[in-house]
Design a protein around this ligand. Structure first.
Ligand SMILES: Nc1ncnc2c1ncn2[C@@H]1O[C@H](COP(=O)(O)OP(=O)(O)O)[C@@H](O)[C@H]1O
Ligand SMILES: [Mg+2]
Length: 278
């Protein structure tokens, strides 16, 4: 899918105009694209445009070369997109977890037995049990459980275009790992995935590519490792690199040889060991 010259301007309460996306051109492919940028840089706006829920003021949204902003292209996009909002648990409206997670499946005409099975496997991906939680009210769960149910309800649809807005914010380590594994699995199954996140360590675990926004413009776009492994580049763009990359540059400044561009604790440890051996 492709955005061409997309701009979005919001009008503020006092009538002032705020350009949230400024002439964004971007192609998205199968795999995971990590979308970074400071608060207010336009990440959520970009996801809304990609999801087809916010028509841009100008520019095009193309899927397989066809207009996805109106007509049959827009209907095809709506059928293939899954968006996990920034605070997805705010969107709950069903009385039970099972109904919440199977809602979209039933709305698309899936039979009840198949929908239940799909809901169960989506919950299991997020480390939750349909048998344990299925009959409970989603509103009565813990915050972390709610977030996982909300993500599961989108994963259950197995969307070809999966968009997640800060999905790991506020999750405990186990739920965060489950979420990242599910994101990676969707990409391995052939989905085009975009994850907006401030969490460079999370993106280091799942992303193939990183795109950074600054004031509504794309300022970085490249392979994940080249970007997140370069702590200086990230800092120059007001972003935080992966923890291991920052540790590597601090160690180098302290005179310790750290070869390569480690992104995880394990990679950092083996880089230090290689540096000492050479
Ligand atoms: N509904 C809205 N009305 C007015 N301004 C908005 C609205 N949503 C976002 N904005 C503004 O648009 C800019 C981009 O916001 P957003 O896309 O939410 O960025 P991010 O997700 O990166 O924090 C910000 O300046 C924000 O204040
Ligand atoms: Mg946002």
């Amino acid at each position: 899918m492709r955005l061409e010259g997309v701009s979005v301007t919001y009008e503020g309460a006092a009538g002032e105009r705020n350009r949230a996306l400024d002439d964004v051109t971007l192609s998205l492919e199968v795999g995971v694209t990590g979308l970074m940028g400071q608060t207010g840089s336009g990440k959520s706006t970009l996801l809304d445009v990609l999801a087809g829920v916010l028509p841009p003021d100008s520019g095009q949204l193309l899927v397989d070369g066809a207009d996805a902003l109106r007509g049959p292209g827009a209907r095809a996009l709506a059928a293939s997109v899954g968006l996990v909002f920034q605070i997805p648990e705010r969107q709950f409206f069903e009385a039970t977890v099972e109904r919440e997670v199977s809602f979209g499946l039933l709305a698309r005409g899936m039979g009840a037995a198949k929908a239940r099975e799909r809901a169960g496997s989506a919950l299991a991906l997020m480390g939750l049990s349909l048998d344990e939680l299925g009959h409970r009210s989603p509103f009565a769960l813990s915050g972390g459980q709610q977030r996982r149910v909300a993500i599961a309800s989108v994963l259950a649809l197995r969307p070809a275009l999966l968009l997640l807005d800060e999905p790991t914010a506020g999750l405990d380590p186990r739920a965060r790992s489950a979420c990242l594994a599910a994101v990676r699995a969707a990409a391995e199954d052939g989905a085009t995935v975009v994850v907006a996140s401030h969490d460079a360590n999370a993106l280091a675990a799942v992303a193939d590519r990183v795109v950074a926004l600054e004031a509504g413009r794309v300022t970085l776009d490249g392979p994940m490792r080249a970007l997140l492994g370069d702590a200086g580049l990230m800092r120059a763009h007001g972003l935080e690199g992966a923890c291991a990359a920052r540790a590597a540059s601090a160690l180098r400044r302290a005179g310790i040889d750290v070869p390569g561009a480690p992104l995880t604790a394990e990679e950092l440890a083996s880089a230090i060991a290689r540096g000492r051996a050479s």
